[in-house]
Design a protein around this ligand. Structure first.
Ligand code: HAM
Length: 421
């Protein structure tokens, strides 16, 4: 019986993985220039970490978590996102000591039982960032600049940044009441989901994708117009700093994010090249989450990029950084040459040369065909005569030129020999 993969997951194969590795290596490089350090947290946690952290009335907690009882009877969930885990790790490992801004990032798989479609998977990958321990709006702006710089380095075409402010525990309750009242007036026209959530989570009305709700949302009171003085000042500073960094953005008053821990600045980066699932990055400020997990008051700002979506936006055309070819293919003719090619390949790889071989001593023609297919830049031909004389033909596959080189010189410094061949 053929066993297939589970719905909503995928294999990332050679040919595709090079793009992922390239994106990840640029990510490490950009983030480290901003002082961010990698953190690795478990892929599964106790279920209540997510239900408390993300919010009982969110889509994720209500219907998307992969939850199971382990053999010890513990309720476990495969992580649907990384922020709750990082906040847990921050508290558990007392990363607040000594007090300073902790700048953390992670790359890894997340799990959500969503309806699979283009760009939406049940196992997907995120690059996540959490800056923990500062309430300065300048952190918000800097972290947004960092992701925009990453997208620029990856040559993304037209990522669109949208920002909003969701207010704080001071001003949000009044705003929620306003929304609730406005929602109740239109109650009959709301979708089932919004009707059910109106009391507990009226903010979700703003980003409901159902057409009738979305039309109602257009006329609802806007968060940014109901902020307290401090939230208003902070939001203005974020906008001012983004402008000073020449980062374009739009204010999207419907942007509320699907997780409950946010306050103040929220943002998303969308791309029209992604189709229906257009968000490639989302995040914002979450100033209460660490306290929710019994840690000290720790204002935080973070985001997560959907890595699957990001990779799909990266164009590999003409990007030699992404797809590297083998440096040298050794064609070995005869038993002695085949043994020698094994040794030679080991020797050259130690010098940092990517060496391929035919592994079987078949005909010259068949090995040359393999060499061609491998895309190697050079081919070295090794037979009994060459072993005796110590001189081998080396073919430059780009221009077809062939010349004899000394095996001794190749072993002494392969890079120099290949450079001049
Ligand atoms: P999120 O908006 O739920 O935020 O997810 C962030 C990104 O992950 C999305 O913009 C999208 O690109 C990608 N994503 C989400 N679900 C899927 C899926 N099923 N398939 C493919 N990609 C997906 C968070 O997860 C927050 N933890 C972000 C954050 C970090 N906020 C503060 N710190």
């Amino acid at each position: 019986m053929k066993i297939k993969k589970v719905r909503g997951v995928k294999d990332i194969l050679p040919g595709e993985i090079e793009k992922w590795q390239w994106v990840e290596s640029i990510t490490h490089s950009v983030f480290s220039n901003y002082g961010f350090k990698e953190i690795r947290v478990p892929i599964f946690e106790y279920t209540n970490l997510f239900s408390r952290g993300i919010g009982e009335t969110t889509d994720i907690v209500e219907k998307e978590m992969y939850t199971f009882e382990d053999k010890g009877g513990e309720k476990i969930t495969l992580r649907p996102e990384g922020t709750a885990s990082v906040a847990r790790a921050y508290v558990e490992n007392k990363l607040y000591n000594p007090p300073s801004l902790k700048k953390l990032y992670y790359i890894g798989p997340m799990f959500r039982y969503e309806r699979p479609q283009a760009g939406r998977f049940r196992q997907f990958y995120q690059i996540g960032v959490e800056a923990m321990g500062s309430q300065s709006p300048s952190v918000d702006a800097e972290v947004i600049c960092m992701v925009m710089e990453l997208f620029e380095r990856l040559q993304l075409k037209n990522p669109e940044l949208q920002i909003n402010s969701l207010g704080c525990p001071e001003c949000r309750p009044q705003y929620r009441e306003l929304l609730k009242k406005a929602g109740q007036e239109k109650f009959e026209e709301l979708c089932n989901n919004c009707q059910q959530r109106l009391d507990r989570n009226p903010l979700r009305l703003l980003d409901c994708k159902v057409e009738s709700c979305s039309q109602i949302a257009e006329k609802l009171p806007k968060t940014a117009e109901h902020l307290c003085e401090k939230c208003d000042q902070d939001f203005s500073l974020v906008k001012e700093l983004l402008n000073s960094a020449k980062i374009d953005f739009d204010i999207n008053f419907k942007l509320v994010r699907g997780l409950d821990y946010y306050s103040k600045t929220a943002f998303e980066i969308v791309s029209s090249d992604l189709g229906a699932q257009s968000a490639v990055c989302g995040g914002g400020r979450y100033d209460q989450l660490v306290e929710e997990f019994d840690g000290p008051a720790t204002p935080c700002f973070g985001f997560a990029i959907g890595l699957d979506r990001l990779v799909s936006l990266v164009s590999a055309d003409n990007n030699s950084e992404i797809f590297r070819n083998a440096d040298l293919f050794i064609v070995a003719l005869g038993e002695a040459a085949e043994k020698e090619s094994f040794k030679l390949a080991q020797e050259l790889r130690k010098q940092g040369i990517w060496v391929e071989r035919a592994y079987e001593s078949t005909s010259m023609k068949s090995q040359m065909r393999k060499a061609d297919k491998s895309g190697s830049n050079f081919v070295l031909i090794l037979g009994d005569n060459e072993l005796k004389s110590g001189a081998c033909p080396l073919k430059n596959m780009a221009n077809g030129e062939q010349k004899d080189i000394s095996l001794e010189a190749l072993i002494a410094s392969a890079k120099d020999v290949l450079k001049t061949a």
